[in-house]
Design a binder for this molecule. Sequence first.
Ligand code: G3P
Ligand code: CA
Length: 240
Amino acid sequence: MKIFAHRGASGAFPENTIAAFKEASYLPVYGVEFDVHMTADDELVVIHDEKINRTSTGKGYVKDKTLTELKSYDFGSWFSPDFTGETIPTLQEVLEVFCGTDHILNIELKSDIFPYEGMVEKVITNVTDMQMESRVVLSSFDHGAIQLAKKLAPSIETGALFMEVLVNPVDYIRNIPADALHVLFPAAIRPSMRELFESGIPVRTFTVNDENYARMLQQAGVEAIFTDYPEKMHALLKDH
Ligand code: G3P
Ligand code: CA
């Protein structure tokens, strides 16, 4: 079973920061996941929440601030004083961290919260400018965004995100169309998922930090997990 470092190596480093991504870039894991929002001046930034309140010294929505404003806040000290000075990374800055590695990069488009106009096109431009198409998976809870991504850049892999399982998941995924299904942990082992495992469509599950659950998912046929503890999970699963 493959491992994605969720929001970078976010168990030990502040999520979605260059520190968390550099740490992930040293690890022998399959991939790294991170989240993208868009600023008031249409820049792509890597952060999970639509607001900066939880993970920075600032307050307010990403969409209402320029990149320069966002860069003035500290995104490391909320996690630990050791990381004071971390700033919000742009998508390009994160892609640059992985230029010299072979990690797969799962970029989650957070357009399900606010409909960031032009986001899909901009992300694809960033990825193609860096010639990273073959190493990227674009995912979103906004299935319209991944439908558009597949139309604009058919060679880039896509994953549809779900909190729950559908009655006919294979038909749904093929109709979008998407290449994979990314689903919240408990839903991945429901009986209706068997149809998906048999179809060959990759099933990837988030967020798995517990060793027993990881083993259960591996046995069920899950292709990959997203975890905040990639180093620990790699040590656990590498011999299986
Ligand atoms: O992409 C998997 C997972 O990251 C989706 O949930 O809330 O952590 O972005 P969330
Ligand atoms: Ca995410």
